[in-house]
Design a protein. Structure first.
Ligand SMILES: C[S@@+](CC[C@H](N)C(=O)[O-])C[C@H]1O[C@@H](n2cnc3c(N)ncnc32)[C@H](O)[C@@H]1O
Length: 396
């Protein structure tokens, strides 16, 4: 049977959760679910993820990194299916990490499990600190765990009044209150539009800036009421009208897209040949980031009219999924959150070409610079017809 997360993102964020949704702390969440992490958060597309990851772990001493350990639903399944592997489990949420560690102990897997409290964009450092250069598989299940959603005081849910916090790592200083209090109307509009695809981004941003002159926006109900006032009834999506604004704030507060874009090159640099990268995304921008990263290695990187393709221009990834895999109807019916999942996987089939190593090492050293360079490249790109053939790529 396929696995699933117990909650849809929408239901979860509305606080209508399988575990009651009224919990205020890990203890309460655990109480409501009998302390069983599997009941708090069930992994999406579990069997498919195991099928994609585990073939890379068929040799003794193999190492898999779960960059988004959460409550270890996927991680436990990987270790059970790959009995000679070790799993490094990264999570920026110390509470999730603690629960996952206890789960590994209960499952008798603790001796093959290395918990790491870090953000996944520290991927290279996490490995080098442990004297590891190459790993055999890397897995990411992006977004929030149901534990985080259930803890109403962390402010991810729009249907419970709670401080506007939204930090996945409570040690981080930027929270949703600071974004709403300090960003200009233009920046708020950009956040709501880019990360929430919210049609009324400008109007909501202007309303936030007008409101904060008299009254600081600190609680989730203030924001839901504001959105409710601004978005015309005739243009409301299904569900809570504040859903997209909450999602956008969460992505901004946690720097989710930048962190993802900065992490993928680090992962590629540390994959062994035959190693696999498998990613589950729940937002179109995340999926686009993953897809475009993977596509670098899936195409022939040479001019279309070159008679012989040089070895280092051949694809270095092999696609493990045809496009993105999605949840089937049965899983979606049981677990509405899986409706938005997009699962992609690639295998590294040859050593990374030197120019990709150089480019990705460069971007790992200064991710901001690389982004600036990329946008400059886009602006400076010659017009079609005027383009250097060396910039062309062609599909296999
Ligand atoms: C959807 S949950 C993973 C659930 C897990 N696959 C399971 O089956 O229990 C995502 C987890 O990734 C963590 N996370 C999100 N962004 C992160 C980042 N940049 N660095 C490290 N952990 C992150 C969250 O704290 C959360 O616990």
């Amino acid at each position: 049977m396929r696995g699933e997360k117990a909650l849809s993102e929408e239901k979860a964020l509305s606080g209508n959760t399988a575990s009651g949704g009224k919990t205020a702390s890990e203890e309460a969440v655990r109480g409501a679910t009998g302390g069983n992490p599997g009941a708090i958060h069930q992994p999406v597309l579990l069997d498919d993820c195991v099928d994609l990851v585990v073939p890379a772990l068929d040799h003794p001493g193999s190492v898999v990194v779960d960059c988004t350990l959460g409550l270890a639903g996927h991680a436990v399944a990987f270790l059970k299916a790959a009995p000679s592997s070790t799993l490094i489990g990264i999570d920026r949420d110390g509470e999730a990490l603690g629960m996952a560690t206890r789960r590994m102990e209960q499952e008798g897997l603790a001796d093959r499990f290395v918990p790491v409290h870090a953000a996944f964009d520290d991927f290279s450092t996490v490995l080098s600190d442990r004297g590891i250069d190459k790993v055999d598989a890397v897995f990411m299940d992006l977004g929030l765990s149901s534990l985080q959603i259930d803890e109403t005081e962390r402010g991810f849910s729009y249907s419970h009044d709670a401080p506007l916090d939204m930090r996945m790592d409570p040690a981080q200083s930027l929270d949703a209150r600071m974004v709403l209090a300090t960003y200009s109307a233009r920046d708020l509009e950009r956040v709501f539009r880019a990360y929430g695809e919210e049609r009324f981004s400008r109007q909501i941003a202007e309303a936030v800036v007008a409101m904060r002159v008299d009254e600081p926006l600190t609680m989730s109900t203030q924001l839901t009421r504001l959105v409710d006032r601004v978005v015309p009834r005739s243009h409301r999506p299904a569900g809570n009208p504040a859903k997209k604004v909450f999602q956008a704030l969460r992505i901004e507060v946690n720097g989710e897209l930048d962190k993802l874009a900065a992490t993928l090159p680090q992962i590629a640099l540390h994959l062994a040949v035959g190693g696999r990268l498998v990613v589950e995304s729940y937002h179109s921008l995340e999926d686009r980031t993953v897809k475009s990263f993977m596509s670098h290695g899936l195409v022939v990187d040479a001019p279309a009219d070159l008679p012989i393709i040089p070895d280092d221009a051949r694809p270095f990834f092999r696609a493990l999924t045809r496009g993105a895999m999605k949840a089937d109807e049965a899983e979606i019916a049981h677990n509405p959150r899986s409706a938005s999942v997009r699962l992609r996987g690639v295998e590294l089939v040859r050593p990374l070409p030197k120019r990709w190593v150089a480019r990705w090492e460069d971007s790992a050293r200064s991710p901001g610079e690389d982004r600036k360079k990329r946008s400059l490249t886009r602006q400076d790109r010659p017009q079609a017809g005027n383009r250097s053939p060396h910039r062309e790529t062609r599909r296999r």
